[in-house]
Write a protein that binds this ligand. Sequence first.
Ligand code: ADP
Length: 304
Amino acid sequence: SVVVFGSLNVDSTSYVDRFPLPGETLASTGFATALGGKGTNQAVAAHRSGAAVRLVARVGADASGDFALAELARHGLDVASIAAVPDAPTGVAQITVDASGENTIVITAGANAALTPELVVERHDDIAAADLVLTQGEVPAPTIERLAAACARFGTRFVLNLAPPIDVSRGALAECDPLVVNEHEARSVGIAPEGAGSADDWWGAAEAAVGRVARSVVVTLGAEGAVGAAPGVSVACAAPEVDAVDTTGAGDGFTGTLAAFLAGGAELDEAVVAAVAAGGLAVQRRGTTDSYASRDEILQAMED
Ligand code: ADP
């Protein structure tokens, strides 16, 4: 099973012709409310990919929290490990998207701040029983570090998606199997390609980071696909050429699928191939959690 320690937000998106100036009030051309937060997105993707998933998350005692729990239940996720905290709002991302597709985002962590190192200790039994623990840069760094230590102690595989890039101890990074990063996040931890940064250059950078930065490393390259390396394993997987209509949440879909396949016993190279297939499917559909493919669709795409 996969235990996700993850952020949960409700995304409120206003569509506008242009961004408002300071002090200005504008009418939107449309509005949408959707489940978000990287941890939540990745938990949904892992569940869609066939894993038994436990999402450890925190919401506020408010209508947004109720909405989030109802959405997770609609996706079929176990919500038993999501508690409401009394003194903070459910995490929120206030997003505006202009006519050209550019966005601005303001995030309020709210109840996500309750993902404390103490909560990791409370969850030791779950961590010990899991095949894999997955977390992200939206979780406080001391909590990530405690998770890494708990996984090392219990022999549970630890996967960190360092998005957004935050300061995490070298010791915690060293436990990651794999560390999952995009190009920008890779550079933040000293993983950088030689040369111009072609997919081949990044492949070499991932190989060179094995044992130096993390136990294993996966770098996502957008429309170029992804590369990965572990001791004795090395993989470069080109993305399928598809009509991308919405790349929001593609990275989270990739990571959730990667974690699900690893938890199911796949080697890193097979898991990266599955994740690239899942990412290619997700970008062809609008939305974030609603854009994630099922296990059957992913297996089918891996054969194509
Ligand atoms: P992030 O959004 O976190 O920076 P990426 O842009 O690297 O992540 O995308 C994550 C994964 O999603 C990629 O590795 C790839 O598999 C898939 N993906 C993203 N954009 C496209 C695209 N235009 N076509 C096909 N696959 C894509």
